[in-house]
Structures are given as structure tokens and as C-alpha cells.
Design a protein around this ligand. Structure first.
Ligand code: UDP
Length: 302
């Protein structure tokens, strides 16, 4: 293990412990759980000191690879995604965006800050939105395998029909990180929309499961996210061979993966909210949110 990797491994663990201790004494967040039953912190506004965190991480010259996919009409979301990321996402850090699209010619020019860059990769068009979303796992697996080894320390994989409105920074770093789904963060477990058919590899029986995680945002170290994407891609392939598609495609498989491989850090739905115009008492700040869309207009199929 290289010195930098060792430092990252150490600091993320030490920091998780610090944050865990801090979160229990931070005033004002008794309204939400700030730690899981396996001692992973859950990041909410009011549970961390952003200046302290930046001072810990910024000296390390970390690079955060950040992936988005924009196929078909979803290229219309790229400009707002990138411009708002430049304003709020890992400000002061090295960020390398990887945009996968079937229409490279439609990618807008967005002014990037210092040490921030965009690589556009052309991918094949697909006719079903389900195939577009599921196919991401294989593309991410190959990206990490073939290109990222010497180019990034952490990776986040995000939906493109989204926009940043406030800080998303180093408080989100960890070796395996999931985001709690904005529609299912305050409902009982039996209402989680896990895959319930035993024939699917994404199957989670009633009575099991910790959280319902969003498919539109996850991340971690290259090694952990490589294992996640490879496993989900393999499980998706087995399902396809058995002619079954999980109820929420790759999100169902991600939820199964996180059940068996617990994330070391969870991000609250502040990090993937429903819509800037909706609110909930627990959400004190909206950092990153879905943008409303007309499904019939933007998706290639119903
Ligand atoms: N996507 C895309 N083109 C499509 C459908 C989906 O590029 O025609 C990608 C895009 O990155 C999007 C992600 O897949 O953010 C998830 O799809 P979508 O937002 O439609 O799913 P939802 O979150 O609404 O269930």
C-alpha cells in the first residue's frame, strides 16, 4: 500500500470515529439518527465542522473522480449539473468529471475551476431507459479498472438530472458511502421498495434491510466502488440470463449490495433531495437535488 493510500485509509477511519463521537454531542440534531447500528456516521447538517474537515483533507491533494451519464435527451441536464457542481461540489479539491454520453457534440462548454477537468466518453445509444441506468454499473467497473488507478483517490457516481445548491464536500468521503433515499428516509422498513421476488439476485426478504439507498448517488474508494460495480454488474447479468429485471433495476441491486456490504458512511437525503421546491422538517439544507422532469418527454420509452 502506498503512503498516500495508507494515509487515506487511516484518516477516513479516524475521522469516522471523531465524527461519530462529535455527532452524539452536537446539539440540535436529536430529530434524526446520526449513526447506524454498525457505527457508521450519518451525515446531516449540524453534525460536522466543515472548516475542520477541509483543513484535514485539503493538504492531501486528493482527486475526486465524479461520473455522470447523459444519454438521449438527458444531455439537457449537463449544463446545470456541471455549473452548479463547480460552485458547490468539493470546492478547493481536484475534481475530474467523467461524462458518458451518446451525443458528445451536445455537451456544453462549462468553465472549470483550477484543478478541475471534464473527460467526455462516447457510449452506444440504448433504446430503454432501464438499460441505460443498469448499464452504468459495467461502464463504471471498466472505468475504474482501466483509467482511474493513477488518476483519483475517491469516486462518486451521480445522476445527471440533478443540481447542487449547497456544499457537498470532504465530509462525504469514506471507503464505501451510500445516500439515504429522499422518499424513503422516514418510513418503516416494510415500506422499502426492495426487490421482493426470490428469483432475482436483488431479493431482500421482508423483515430484512437497514435503509433504502438512492441509486443516483454512491461513492467511496476506487477499490470499494470497483467491487460494488463489478458485483452489481454480475448480479444484473445473472438476472438477465434468468429473464428477470429487478423492480428498480440497478438501484435494487445496490440496495442488496449495501445490505451485505455495509457502507462506512451514510449521507442524509440532503445529498440527494427530491426537488428544490419540496421540504421536510429534518432537511435543514438542500445540498444536491433531483430536478423535476417530464418523464414522457425525456425518456426514450415509457
Ligand atoms: N439516463 C440517461 N438517459 C435516459 C435515462 C436515464 O442518461 O434516457 C441516466 C441519467 O444519468 C439519469 C440516470 O440515468 O440521471 C437515472 O435515470 P432517471 O433519472 O430517469 O431515473 P429516476 O431517478 O427518475 O428513477
Amino acid at each position: 500500500m502506498e503512503a498516500k493510500d495508507l494515509w487515506i485509509a487511516l484518516i477516513t477511519r479516524v475521522y469516522d470515529q471523531l465524527l461519530y463521537k462529535q455527532s452524539s454531542v452536537f446539539a440540535g440534531r436529536t430529530d434524526v439518527a446520526t449513526v447506524t447500528s454498525w457505527s457508521a456516521p450519518i451525515i446531516w447538517e449540524g453534525t460536522f465542522d466543515s472548516a475542520l474537515i477541509d483543513s484535514i483533507y485539503q493538504s492531501q491533494n486528493l482527486t475526486i473522480a465524479t461520473t455522470v451519464f447523459a444519454l438521449g435527451k438527458y444531455t439537457c441536464f449537463v449544463k446545470d449539473f456541471l455549473e452548479s457542481a463547480e460552485e458547490h461540489y468539493f470546492v478547493g479539491f481536484r475534481v475530474h468529471y467523467y461524462l458518458f454520453t451518446d451525443k458528445p457534440e451536445s455537451v456544453p462548454v462549462v468553465k472549470m475551476g483550477e484543478h478541475r477537468s471534464l473527460t467526455v466518453q462516447k457510449v452506444q445509444s440504448l433504446n430503454r431507459w432501464q438499460d441505460i441506468t443498469m448499464n452504468r454499473m459495467e461502464k463504471l467497473e471498466k472505468l475504474i479498472e482501466n483509467e482511474l488507478a493513477n488518476d483519483a483517490d475517491f469516486i462518486f457516481c451521480l445522476d445527471v438530472d440533478t443540481k447542487f445548491y449547497a456544499r457537498w464536500g470532504a465530509e462525504s468521503l469514506g471507503h464505501l458511502v451510500g445516500v439515504i433515499h429522499p422518499w424513503l428516509f422516514d418510513v418503516p422498513r416494510d415500506q422499502f421498495t426492495y426487490e421482493r421476488r426470490p428469483e432475482s439476485k436483488a431479493y431482500i426478504p421482508a423483515g430484512e434491510g437497514d435503509y433504502y439507498y438512492a441509486g443516483g448517488a454512491f461513492g467511496g474508494s476506487l477499490e470499494d466502488v470497483h467491487h460494488l460495480t463489478k458485483t452489481c454488474r454480475e448480479q444484473l447479468n445473472i438476472d438477465a440470463a434468468n429473464s428477470i429485471e429487478a423492480v428498480w433495476q440497478e438501484e435494487s441491486h445496490l440496495n442488496k449490495y449495501f445490505l451485505l456490504n455495509k457502507p462506512c458512511k451514510l449521507l442524509s437525503p440532503e445529498y440527494m433531495w427530491r426537488d428544490i421546491n419540496t421540504s421536510a422538517a429534518q432537511i435543514k439544507i438542500i445540498r444536491f437535488t433531483n430536478v423535476p422532469k417530464n418523464y414522457a418527454e425525456v425518456r426514450p420509452n415509457p
